[in-house]
Unconditional design. Structure first.
Length: 192
C-alpha cells in the first residue's frame, strides 16, 4: 500500500511514479517532483505556451533533424527529482525512451515568468547536481536568456553563469557549430 502523504524526507522517484500508477496522481496532473516534494505547476499562459513551442522549433531547426528535442516532458534528474522542463535536447533517439524517461541531456530550457525564482534557485541546483551540461532560463520579464554551464555536481551549482540579450550568442557546448542568438528565442523579436 502507498501512503498518500509525504514522509518528512519526501518522495523518491519510485514512490512518485507509484502515485500515478495507483491513481492518486493523474498522468496529466500538472505537478513535478522537486527534491522529494510534489510541487504544483501554475497553468501556462498563452505567451508561455507560444514561447515553449517557438524555442522547440528554433532548437530543432538549428541543431538538425537528428537531434531529439522534447517539450514539456519528464526528465529524471536524480533519486528525488522528476522535473518537467519546458524544452529538453536529449541524448539518443525517441525509441530509447519507449520504456524509460531520459536522465541525460545536452540542454534543458525553462521558460520563466511567474516561475522565475523557482527556476533560478531550486531547478538550477537540481540540474547542476544531475550534471546537466547547459541550462537556459528564457526570462520573459526582461527578454533575456540566463545561461548556466559547467555544472559542479557536488556543490549543486553552475560555475559559469551568463546573461544574454539581443544578438548575443547562446553557449551550447554540445553543439559548437550551432549559432543561436538570444533574440531568436523570442518570436516577436525575430519578426522585426
Amino acid at each position: 500500500m502507498i501512503e498518500t502523504t509525504a514522509h518528512t524526507e519526501g518522495y523518491d522517484t519510485n514512490g512518485y511514479f507509484a502515485l500515478v500508477e495507483c491513481g492518486i496522481l493523474a498522468p496529466d496532473e500538472r505537478v513535478e517532483l522537486l527534491e522529494g516534494q510534489i510541487v504544483s505547476m501554475a497553468p501556462p499562459t498563452p505567451l508561455h505556451n507560444a514561447i515553449v513551442h517557438h524555442v522547440g522549433q528554433v532548437l530543432s531547426r538549428k541543431l538538425g533533424a537528428d537531434t531529439l528535442v522534447r517539450t514539456q516532458m519528464t526528465f529524471l534528474a536524480g533519486p528525488k527529482s522528476v522535473p518537467e522542463p519546458d524544452v529538453a535536447v536529449v541524448t539518443g533517439s525517441n525509441t530509447d525512451y519507449l520504456r524509460r524517461h531520459p536522465s541525460k541531456v545536452h540542454l534543458l530550457v525553462e521558460v520563466a515568468d511567474s516561475s522565475l525564482a523557482q527556476d533560478r534557485l531550486t531547478k538550477t541546483a537540481i540540474y547542476a547536481r544531475a550534471g546537466v551540461p547547459t541550462y537556459w532560463i528564457v526570462n520573459l520579464r526582461d527578454e533575456s536568456v540566463e545561461c548556466f554551464s559547467e555544472p559542479d555536481q557536488i556543490g549543486r551549482r553552475y560555475l559559469r553563469v551568463e546573461r544574454a540579450t539581443g544578438a548575443m550568442r547562446l553557449p551550447l557546448d554540445a553543439f559548437p557549430g550551432a549559432v543561436i542568438h538570444a533574440r531568436e528565442l523570442f518570436p516577436e523579436a525575430t519578426e522585426n
